[in-house]
Ligand binder design. Sequence first.
Ligand SMILES: [Fe+2]
Ligand SMILES: [Fe+2]
Length: 265
Amino acid sequence: MAMNILCAGDVVGTPGRLAIADALKTIVPDRNIACAIVNAENVSSGSGITPPLYEKLIKSGVNLMTLGDHIYRRREIIATLETSPQVVRPANLPSTAPGREFAIYETEGGVSVAVFALLGRLFMKPQADCPFKAADRVLAKIPGEVKVIVCDMHAEATSEKIAMGWHLDGRVSIMFGTHTHVSTADERVLPGGTGYITDLGMTGPHEGVLGRDKSRVLQAMVHAIPTRFDVATDDVLTCGIIAEVDPHSGRCLHIERLRWPYHAP
Ligand SMILES: [Fe+2]
Ligand SMILES: [Fe+2]
């Protein structure tokens, strides 16, 4: 029987964390979600993640977590990255960077789901190695009996994410992009059986600029006055996808976009 996997994009601040918790509470039972994967790189006031926030996300039903370029912004997460089996660092960071390259979660139905993440190199800070070679290296390490594999390509450029989709087609069940905080309308199942979307979008407040208070960002962009970018508050959505995957072959059968409004109680 096919299984459903939910993937949600960059969780921004407290609004994003409350939104994903609320979305999972309803969607996991309603859609029989076997595994929930989120990118949590922005959960700590818009940048990074702390151990208590990590625990809160796990308690709210997140099964696997990816991060991105803000991974070490809050250094106290490093011990969690080194010990937790449910969170990964981008696999193409230097080999000495703290954290694991892939993680495997066993669903209640007994299906193993592996996740790994990559950083793009176009228009990004230059510390990452080639993501394509890193993907090949990680896929060679994931045990052969694990058929369901999910990749988060955390990158700025659509071209780099689309290229990675083709590179991984038939080798992973789902490849989703993150980092831009804007969801794309190109979800599809590639010919080799990989469910693909260029960007999941953001789980957080959309009445702002990529999750930040719009008046602050405008002050910086219009008047060139540097200012602190507080997390915005309104129009909070969970954005991502739900993918149906055959656990025996690992092939994605169907992918649909998710846009789930959150209304604070
Ligand atoms: Fe982000
Ligand atoms: Fe990012």
